[in-house]
Design a protein around this ligand. Structure first.
Ligand SMILES: [Zn+2]
Length: 169
């Protein structure tokens, strides 16, 4: 293998699992070159009908949805009720609730992984019938049943979901 391509790792010869030898019709496709590539992607992503939730976060408001049929309050919001598929309407929820479960996470998409260790918790906001997943901070013992409150970011963030987290109330 040449040294001219710096990111070239190696060439792999994959064996035919059926052992056909020269009669293998896929013979030419079993030689695979591996490259060490760094790829960066940028997406323009629409939140569609859920946009009001993300826009309200900038105003430090937590918006859920209420089913117009059964009255169930969804948080995180759902456009349609998960139980009866009726269209939901927007309702503002208070910034306090109950921690249902929590776990220590050494990797999340929003941090890009690495050395950060986060506590992620499922929180049912007062008035909601479902729990939302969000970061829990400044909490030594994130046990189920703990009362928590939303705390809002003071500095610009990269993603709307980084605008708030939960801490003990
Ligand atoms: Zn419903």
């Amino acid at each position: 293998m040449s040294d001219l391509v710096s990111r070239k790792l190696d060439v792999i010869e994959n064996a035919d699992p059926m052992g056909r030898g020269p009669d293998d019709p896929w013979r030419d496709f079993r030689t695979v070159e591996r490259l060490d590539m760094e790829l960066h992607f940028q997406f323009k992503h629409s939140f569609g009908k859920l946009s009001p939730f993300f826009l309200a976060l900038e105003e430090r408001r937590l918006m859920g949805t209420r089913c117009t049929e059964c009255g169930k309050v969804w948080m995180p919001p759902r456009v349609h009720c998960g139980d009866d598929l009726a269209i939901c309407e927007w309702v503002e929820l208070p910034g306090e609730g109950v921690l249902e479960a929590a776990s220590l996470s050494a990797y999340t998409l929003t941090t890009g992984g690495g050395e950060d260790t986060l506590v992620l918790g499922y929180v049912t906001l007062d008035g909601a019938d479902a729990a939302m997943l969000q970061q829990v901070r400044n909490c030594d013992s994130p046990a189920p049943g703990l009362r928590v409150k939303a705390v809002w970011a003071e500095r610009p963030v990269e993603h709307p979901m980084q605008l708030f987290w939960f801490e003990p109330a």
